[in-house]
Design a binder for this molecule. Structure first.
Ligand SMILES: [Zn+2]
Length: 472
């Protein structure tokens, strides 16, 4: 990280103040060797410097996580977060601030306890996975059936686990881009279904995470139609280790678990929107976003208070600069992402017959507050503009495509062009969906580097001649 910031500062020093920049006409006629020394425009230079020297995202994230705290999709706390967002968007100077409401089924956590009953009685730290059914009253006490990995469970014959609690272990590997998450996540999403098919009465999984702290990681799970619904919980990594050591000594291991989560019926959620109206092409939209909801265990700082802070913070930098973007810059705080991208789908439903075709470029920050280290493109034309955004930030272009982020996926499938700043998420899954996702984990310089990147994207997409759709 330090190296990244130093290189960013070095490139800004190299470029120097805006008065010494080469005029645009000279840039256009520059030789290939010359154009390799990319020079950002005076406007972008100004925005980047203001973001790096500022505290916009840091302050907005601090405000959300302190004044609202945990905010599960559909909960009264998420409703409070929408009111917070409306007030914050207005405070920073966004226009057309509004809530686009939608309804959704609301799942609420209850009591959750577990313990080894025999051979060595002791408490275990678990948390219900989102969407799980409750245990019968009084809990479930049963012998463990151990599967080192989710693959091992899937390869087991159907039946044979009648009356057992299935324990699925399996470790997730750290990676800057979080590549280990997808594979590790399968046991969280499908573990209950695969265990129920084989007769089990409940499931515990080793948390989908990369830490060694005694915090279980929650996250959404799904039941397949036509398969019995059985309760599923995540164990903290040290508790999963403890069970594996206990099992390795041989003999039966009996565990008791009790959980009382429940679906509470239809509730309201919503997306909060604010804009900087374009000066020349107000109907053309550049969209930046994060998701407003969080899980209930922490205060949703890295997931995804940071994304709200980065998007709204970048808009604030542009407003404070006095620069007037040609296109409309729209900030969206999506509701109910964690429970199934409901805000992203609701946005498409609300906009597909009105302005979705006018969306020029869209992105979301939803991978913590770590520094951006490369830029990814999901556009059909104007790739050179995406590359130039990276160059302005001193960051390389990645050949990996992007759909712009979780909540952008649904609109991406409707043809909206996307890009994404890839953030360093090496430590993201230490905290993700745990009680440890709190504001103290955010580094001011790192989150502000993301603000610089977002402001760069917003300005350059607003000024570019392309519509990124390949039809100009
Ligand atoms: Zn998230």
């Amino acid at each position: 990280m330090r190296a990244l910031l130093i290189s960013l500062l070095a490139s800004s020093t190299l470029i120097g103040c805006s008065e010494t920049l080469t005029p645009p006409e000279k840039e256009a006629s520059s030789t290939p060797a010359k154009s390799a020394e990319y020079q950002r425009s005076p406007e972008v230079d100004r925005l980047i410097k203001a973001a790096l020297a500022g505290t916009q995202a840091y302050d907005i994230t601090e405000s959300l996580t302190t004044e609202v705290g945990p905010r599960v999709g559909g909960s009264p706390e998420e409703a409070k977060a929408r009111e917070w967002a409306v007030a914050k968007f207005k405070e920073i100077g966004l226009q057309n601030v509004r809530i686009e409401p939608f309804t959704m089924p609301y799942w609420e956590r209850g009591i959750e306890t577990a313990a080894i009953v025999s051979p060595n009685p002791q408490q275990l730290y678990i948390t219900s996975l989102g969407g799980s059914v409750a245990t019968p009253e009084g809990g479930i006490e049963a012998e463990l059936a151990y599967f080192p990995t989710f693959e091992d469970l899937k390869n087991a014959p159907e039946g044979g686990l009648e009356g057992k609690i299935v324990f699925i272990s399996g470790r997730m590997k750290k990676a800057p881009d979080g590549a280990g998450y997808g594979p590790a996540n399968q046991k969280r999403r499908e573990g209950a279904t695969e265990a129920a098919k084989r007769g089990a009465v409940a499931v515990v999984i080793r948390s989908v995470g990369t830490d060694s702290h005694r915090f279980p990681h929650t996250g959404m799970m799904r039941y397949a139609d036509g398969v019995k619904k059985i309760p599923i919980a995540a164990l903290s990594a040290p508790d999963a280790d403890q069970l594996e050591r206990t099992l390795s000594r041989g003999g039966e291991v009996t565990v008791k678990m009790e959980m009382t989560p429940a679906w509470r019926g239809e509730r309201e959620s919503g997306n909060v929107i604010g804009e900087i109206i374009g000066s020349e092409k107000p109907d053309e939209i550049v969209l930046v976003s994060g998701h407003l909801d969080s899980w209930d265990l922490g205060t949703g700082a890295i997931d995804d208070g940071a994304g709200i802070g980065i998007s709204a913070g970048a808009a604030r930098v542009i407003i404070e600069s006095g620069l007037k973007p040609k296109r409309t810059l729209r900030v969206v705080a999506f509701g109910a992402e964690e429970v199934g991208l409901l805000g992203g789908f609701a946005y498409v439903a609300a906009h597909k017959d009105t302005d979705l075709d006018n969306h020029v470029l869209a992105t979301e920050s939803d991978f913590g507050a770590g520094p951006a280290y490369e830029i990814k493109s999901g556009v059909k034309s104007g790739v050179s503009v995406i590359r130039a955004m990276g160059q302005a930030m001193g960051l390389p272009f990645s050949d990996m495509p992007t759909n712009g982020g979780p909540d952008i996926g649904p609109m991406s499938r409707q043809g909206v062009p996307t890009m994404r700043w890839q953030q360093d998420g090496t430590d993201y899954f230490d905290l993700h969906h745990t009680p440890d996702d709190t504001f103290d984990k955010i580094d001011k310089d790192e989150i502000q580097q993301n603000v610089a990147a977002f402001a760069t994207m917003m300005w350059m997409a607003s000024e570019a001649d392309t519509n990124f759709r390949g039809d100009e």
